[in-house]
Write a new protein. Structure first.
Length: 331
């Protein structure tokens, strides 16, 4: 007989067993609120390896996994170009799901999934895990009711040097869509929705790839705040200290937020408030158990809004003109 704790564990099927899936599987299998019951991947070796690693059945077709009767939820961890049909099938099965970012390669696909989620009466969480970090919660609480003048962000790394689908423009949409989406989302989370963007892109160093290796983006937020974002794929591959870095200029102080922490200048003038909350997986599992994703910080619609900013920037860089988000979303 199972204990009460075991009975309350959320039974999860994981679809996609590539590199990023490892951290999902570890968190879900070792977490107190969930257990992995099956995995699937179109690459047989990846599915088998994950299944054997965690001691669960594995499949090469996600639809076979979805025929199981012991699923409470799904986690979808597939490349950006593979989004769409899987989410629709999971929603039709009546399961809430956690899907990795970005939610799609294009807005048409993202909209179809959003409609499928609504039609099925389920909900979804998007894997923007930075929102759940304690210091990001503190920074957001500090910013509530304050006026942000300018936010500067950058994501510089060496991922573009690796030979993979990530730097294939047709598959990934480039760094702004596939990777620096985390920085765009962090900007939206802390400063609010974006009204318009103007972007430029270049291929300065990595001539062997089909995506730009440098971007600059100017942003105007609905609040009236202004922003800048720069990205590069040609940085040192071993240095991740310059990924997801934000500087926010306020009245008399500067707030820095990155993946490792948050700080205020001048030191000692003000303090970030203490704020607590569950991590992304605990929030997702709590929502599955209660049926109400009250602690989920990024809904599927929120993920679509972040994607729209990146795609609008790509369109601006292509056309050479500013793009309003209302125009981009309505296209």
């Amino acid at each position: 007989m199972s204990t009460g704790a075991e009975a309350s564990r959320v039974r999860v099927g994981v679809i996609g067993c590539g590199g990023r899936a490892g951290s999902h599987l570890h968190a879900l299998a070792r977490g107190s609120g969930s257990t992995v019951v099956a995995v699937a991947d179109v690459v047989e070796a990846a599915a088998r390896t994950a299944g054997e690693r965690w001691g669960v059945p594995w499949y090469t077709d996600h639809r076979e996994l979805l025929r199981r009767d012991d699923l409470d939820a799904a986690v979808i961890c597939v490349p950006v170009f593979a989004h769409g049909q899987i989410e629709g099938d999971v929603a039709a099965r009546g399961l809430p799901f956690l899907v990795d970012k970005p939610v799609a390669r294009d807005l048409a696909t993202a909209r179809r999934v959003a409609e499928a989620v609504r039609a099925a009466g389920v909900w979804a969480s998007v894997g923007y895990q930075l929102r759940y970090l304690p210091h990001v919660r503190r920074a957001r609480a500090f910013l509530a009711g304050r006026t942000v003048a300018v936010v500067e962000g950058h994501y510089w790394c060496g991922t573009g040097r690796a030979g993979s689908w990530h730097n294939d423009w047709e598959k990934s949409g480039g760094q702004l869509v596939e990777q620096a989406t985390h920085t765009v989302d962090l900007m939206r989370h802390l400063v609010g929705d974006v009204e318009a963007v103007y972007a430029q892109q270049a291929r300065r160093i990595l001539t062997g790839i089909t995506s730009p290796d440098a971007y600059t983006v100017s942003l105007r937020f609905v609040s009236g705040a202004l922003g800048t974002l720069s990205t590069s794929w040609a940085h040192d591959p071993g240095d991740w200290s310059q990924a997801n870095v934000l500087h926010l200029s306020l009245d008399g102080c500067l707030l820095r937020v990155d993946g490792g922490g948050a700080s205020l200048l001048p030191e000692g003038k003000e303090q970030l408030p203490e704020v607590d909350g569950p991590d992304m997986y605990a929030a997702f599992c709590a929502g599955v158990r209660s049926g109400r994703p009250a602690e989920v910080l990024s809904s599927y619609d929120d993920g679509v809004a972040t994607l729209a900013v990146s795609l609008a920037a790509n369109e601006s860089a292509r056309s050479g003109r500013p793009v309003a988000l209302a125009e981009a979303v309505g296209a």
